[in-house]
Write a protein that binds this ligand. Structure first.
Ligand code: ATP
Ligand code: MG
Length: 393
């Protein structure tokens, strides 16, 4: 079986000191997992570079796409391997270049030489010059342009062989999943929370989700949308468990017993309490939300203080200081935006007050809440959870 070669580089993992072998081992496992759907795929580290080989029946773009979605990967390139013999390297590079010319009609190029194996008798700049000359001779339509070439080929002479590659496709960087604890994302169907989950997972955190709905005020389709969002995230993180809770009984109590302008905040306090209970039960150590300072009434500084005060667990808000436009860009980049903007109702919008408080006082909110049996309502909500397991497509 013929296999194509891919070179996978790690980012921050390479900067780790004593713990580097641990991070490298996990990253290797994550890449292998991502490619497990291709029979015969293999991956291993050699001198700080990951060598991935996948049967050539699998389209190269699919393999690259799978690799760049693994957190901890800085970049990936498809590569050609050959013997450490300058003529053979030249011939392989010329063959590669001819294919590029046939496919893309490029006119100028440059070759960069790299020599990690210092026992190879030719130095880096010289490797570039010799291979460049062989390519020029073989591909008459090309000229060398060292400043703005259409194509740059890199020749990397290493201990175990010589490798020629063209583009590096950038990964998201970060740290391998599972190296930084477990967090529970409060997942709405909006733009923000999927981005928040992504950002924490990118730093190595394993993610579990909780979603609140107000069925039958919110529809099945609205929940389907949230599952679709989580499925996109699962493309980066593997299977994700989502706890689904009907908040309607609590919302009805709030609407009946408490001031209208405090509805959203009171609902949010219940969400946090329930999420914390579920997080504890499932050994998550933090809550994560998509809150963003000042974005809406429930996310003013005062409102965040009121929301935060009901839980002991740390609450991560990775978007807190971002502008909405930047969050939207990030959502497009990770592939959640188009799903997020589908117009389905969220439980928060079901009983939206006309004029929500923007500078709530904690004592007043607590006073309003004293009319409710908070513990019983939270316990009932937690007991009613349904769990959905969502795998990547
Ligand atoms: P998003 O785009 O994430 O919906 P938003 O700007 O609409 O954000 P809010 O609706 O005020 O903000 O919600 C703030 C945060 O509260 C969300 O980012 C999310 O973490 C959590 N949240 C809101 N609604 C829900 C829900 N139905 N289920 C679970 N978490 C929710
Ligand atoms: Mg929302």
């Amino acid at each position: 079986m013929n296999k194509n070669l891919y070179l996978v580089r790690c980012g921050e993992v390479a900067l780790k000191g004593m713990n580097k072998p641990y991070f490298e081992r996990i990253l290797l496992e994550r890449v292998k997992n991502a490619l497990a759907c291709y029979e015969g795929a293999e991956a291993r580290w050699i001198d700080g570079l990951m060598f991935v080989r996948v049967p050539d029946t699998v389209p190269e773009d699919d393999v690259v796409d799978k690799c760049v979605k693994v957190f901890g990967v800085a970049s990936v390139s498809t590569a050609v391997e050959c013997e450490k013999d300058i003529d053979k390297i030249g011939a392989a590079a010329a063959e590669m270049m001819q294919k590029i010319i046939d496919n893309e009609g490029v006119q100028s190029f440059k070759v960069k030489g790299k020599r990690a194996d210092k026992s190879f008798p030719i130095q880096s700049p010289e490797i570039g010059r010799i291979v460049g000359a062989i390519i020029l001779k073989a591909c008459k339509v090309l000229r060398v342009d060292v400043h703005k070439p259409d194509v740059t080929l890199t020749v990397d002479v290493r201990r175990e062989g010589a490798y020629i590659f063209r583009d590096k496709v950038r990964g998201f960087g970060g740290l391998p999943l599972g190296t930084n604890g477990r967090g529970m994302i409060l997942m709405s169907g909006g733009i923000d929370s999927p981005v928040a989950a992504f950002m924490m997972a990118k730093r190595g955190m394993t993610i579990e989700a909780v979603h609140f709905h107000s069925y039958p005020y919110t529809s099945q389709r609205a929940q389907q949308k949230v599952e679709d969002l989580v499925r996109v995230l699962a493309g980066y993180m593997g299977t994700i468990r989502m706890h689904v809770i009907n908040l309607l009984p609590i919302q009805e109590q709030i609407v009946t017993n408490c001031p209208e302008d405090e509805t959203t905040l009171l609902v949010r306090r219940f969400m946090m309490r329930i999420a914390e209970q579920i997080a504890i039960k499932n050994k998550n150590m933090m809550l994560i939300t998509g809150e963003d300072l000042g974005q809406v009434a429930s996310q003013t500084a005062e409102a965040l203080v009121v929301t935060d005060s009901v839980v002991k667990m740390p609450v991560m808000r990775p978007l807190i200081a971002m502008d909405k436009v930047d969050i939207m860009d990030k959502a497009r980049e990770i592939g959640t935006y188009d799903i997020s903007i589908q117009p389905y109702e969220d439980c928060c919008t079901v009983f939206l007050p006309k004029h929500p408080v923007t500078k709530p006082k904690l004592e007043r909110i607590e006073e309003s809440e004293s009319k409710l049996d908070v513990d019983a309502l939270v316990a009932a909500a937690v007991a009613s959870e349904e769990i959905v397991t969502i795998s990547p497509r």
